[in-house]
Design a protein. Structure first.
Length: 279
């Protein structure tokens, strides 16, 4: 009778879960991963935490994590507040300034997670910190450039002493209209100009919202004692305004910028004369 030989098993040694977790935490390069006890004292410290905050593990383990916060935040009780929220809601997330060992500050994204056992008892907190200083600086640069481009798209030009010209080109959305109003009002104050020519020759179409933005800008200028002349109203724009029921009876309008400029000079009692050519 033939009997089968028992098959040989290849045994694989599996690393304990705790060792795998430790290996993962130590391998993370972009995040400082810190374990806190229930009272907020540092219980573990990964290499990225040392690189980011400047403390060696033996210097910081056992210390309260409030050491990473600016003095004014410690006085306000922010570290304790974060733990209370995390304990009550499961997690807390924040962006704010943190302090390195050498006293320098960095902008951080912080997530604090409450760690509980199967019985629901609080065992401590997991705290993940990422330095977002460079990202925020890049966002600020982009926002500044966007603001400059927006201002370039709504220039306010002093055409004559006492006369400002705003040549609008493209769509007048809410953000652009707000920037236009702020810029125009400031220029009126700075130059003490009583008249502003708002030229819409380069605006392809007018809808109810953009027309309302124009009305609000005109009203704001009037509150400063100035006067707006709306120029560049083409026949199709005029028909659209009538169809939308936009009342411009109290607004001075002219078909072209040149006509608006002549109106402004007349209003200021100014006359432009040609200089006699010398023979």
């Amino acid at each position: 009778m033939k009997t089968d030989k028992p098959s040989r098993r290849t045994e694989q040694t599996e690393a304990p879960t705790d060792d795998l977790l430790r290996l993962m935490v130590e391998s993370v390069k972009d995040y400082a991963i810190i374990m806190l006890d229930p009272n907020g004292h540092v219980a573990s410290w990964n290499p990225t935490a040392q690189r980011l905050k400047g403390y060696r593990a033996e210097e910081i383990i056992g210390q309260h994590f409030s050491r990473f916060y600016p003095p004014e935040e410690v006085q306000r009780g922010k570290p304790e507040h974060e733990l209370r929220v995390a304990a009550a809601e499961g997690r807390f997330e924040d962006e704010g300034w943190r302090v390195r060992k050498d006293g320098s500050r960095f902008l951080a994204n912080v997530i604090v997670t409450a760690l509980r056992d199967q019985a629901g008892n609080l065992r401590g907190y997991g705290k993940i910190t990422r330095d977002i200083t460079e990202r925020k600086r890049a966002e600020e640069v982009i926002a500044k450039q966007a603001k400059e481009i927006l201002e370039m798209s709504t220039p306010v030009v002093q055409m004559w002493d006492g006369v400002l010209v705003v040549p609008l080109i493209g769509t007048l959305d809410t953000e652009r209209a707000q920037r236009l109003t702020e810029h125009l009002l400031q220029r009126i104050v700075d130059t003490r100009s009583p008249i502003a020519l708002l030229d819409i020759t380069g605006v392809p179409a007018i809808d109810t919202k953009s027309a309302q933005h124009l009305i609000e800008t005109i009203a704001s200028v009037r509150l400063l004692g100035g006067e707006v002349v709306l120029t560049g109203i083409r026949p199709v724009i005029a028909q659209t305004l009538v169809h939308l029921g936009i009342d411009l009876k109290t607004v001075n309008t002219r078909p072209s910028l040149a006509a608006g400029l002549r109106f402004a000079l007349d209003r200021l009692s100014l006359e432009v004369t040609a200089k006699n050519s010398q023979k």
